[in-house]
Design a protein around this ligand. Sequence first.
Ligand code: HEM
Ligand code: NAG
Ligand code: NAG
Ligand code: NAG
Length: 324
Amino acid sequence: MAARSALAVLLGLHMLLQIISAPLYSASALSTSYYDKSCPQLEKLVAYAVSKAIKNDNTVPAALLRMHFHDCFIRGCDGSVLLNSTRNNKAEKDGPANISLHAFYVIDNAKKAVEAACPGTVSCADILALAARDAVALSGGPRWEVPKGRLDGRISLASETRLLPAPTFSLSQLKQSFSQRGLSVNDLVALSGGHTLGFAHCSSFQNRIHSFNATHDVDPTLSPSFATGLRNTCPARNVAKNAGSTLDSTATVFDNVYYKMLIQGKSIFSSDQALLSSPKTAALVAKFAGSREAFGSAFAESMIKMSSLTGGGQEIRLDCKAIR
Ligand code: HEM
Ligand SMILES: *[C@@H]1O[C@H](CO)[C@@H](O)[C@H](O)[C@H]1NC(C)=O
Ligand SMILES: *[C@@H]1O[C@H](CO)[C@@H](O)[C@H](O)[C@H]1NC(C)=O
Ligand SMILES: *[C@@H]1O[C@H](CO)[C@@H](O)[C@H](O)[C@H]1NC(C)=O
């Protein structure tokens, strides 16, 4: 009896240790041919939903790319970003970092088409990973084969959006945020190039243009004329609700202009500027600024890595906004 309970204690301890030492995120076995037999029309159906939406709204690609990034950085790519809040739970969507998340309807339309063709077969997390790839490819960026087989999670907590990197992060904070997810410094510099698409609200870069620090009102690493433009758009007080700036001068084209502007002191976030603060990251910035092809292939490779972070997904949702 005593031996049995001692064994039980040991087993319990072993399990506890396993839980504690389990990595926060893991890369599980995904496959590019995962739905070849069960849903051969999948990729066409998702691409159709994405391209149809882009025709009506050219902010859709940026929205889908950021949505997938947020999904993957919280609990792995498990569709947690897609879930609605419920009576008892405030979801990621309604968390503090939700600013600018939109175009959820594109995923819902794709899911509806996929459910009609292959009911109960394809996860929302996989649909989002495909939609983000299509968003980039349809904006003039690279195209890559998406490994599939993610499962949808059942947990989405607004409080966990604090786990996302902040636009005020230093290089060491960014590196830590990425390395916690198995992503390298190369991945950090390449994936930051996602800021070649889209828009930021004033609140996301207000720190750089007003009361920057004790000696400078404006971040001195910003080009003065660029900073003046941002300050005109975003005054210190009474900022208009939708005021802000595009992340580069070609915000609907997936090109390498983001890196060119970064070198000229024309980046939007402190976290973008931070990529110039070490020789290694600055050299990668220079490489991507010099070659759209080098950026495209590095971005595709890093997206596959980020996109393969799977969490504790458990099911195939039928409605991407609600657990089964
Ligand atoms: C490196 C750390 C990162 C930080 C600190 C960061 C931060 C931000 C912030 C603050 C915004 C603007 C929100 C707003 O004001 O509306 C934004 C927008 C955006 N981010 Fe990032 N981000 C990071 C990495 C990424 C990655 C890895 C991707 C994708 C590969 C990405 C893609 C985007 C896109 C496309 C937008 C524009 C969204 C839109 O216009 O709808 N970001 N990011
Ligand atoms: C973001 O969160 C706020 C506060 O909970 C909420 O009012 C708003 O609707 C959310 N935005 C989106 C796009 O879900
Ligand atoms: C303000 O920022 C600039 C540029 O990063 C830096 O050189 C300066 O030392 C900072 N001043 C203070 C008081 O931190
Ligand atoms: C999710 O929220 C949206 C927006 O509030 C609403 O239109 C939709 O019906 C909700 N769906 C579910 C399944 O809760």
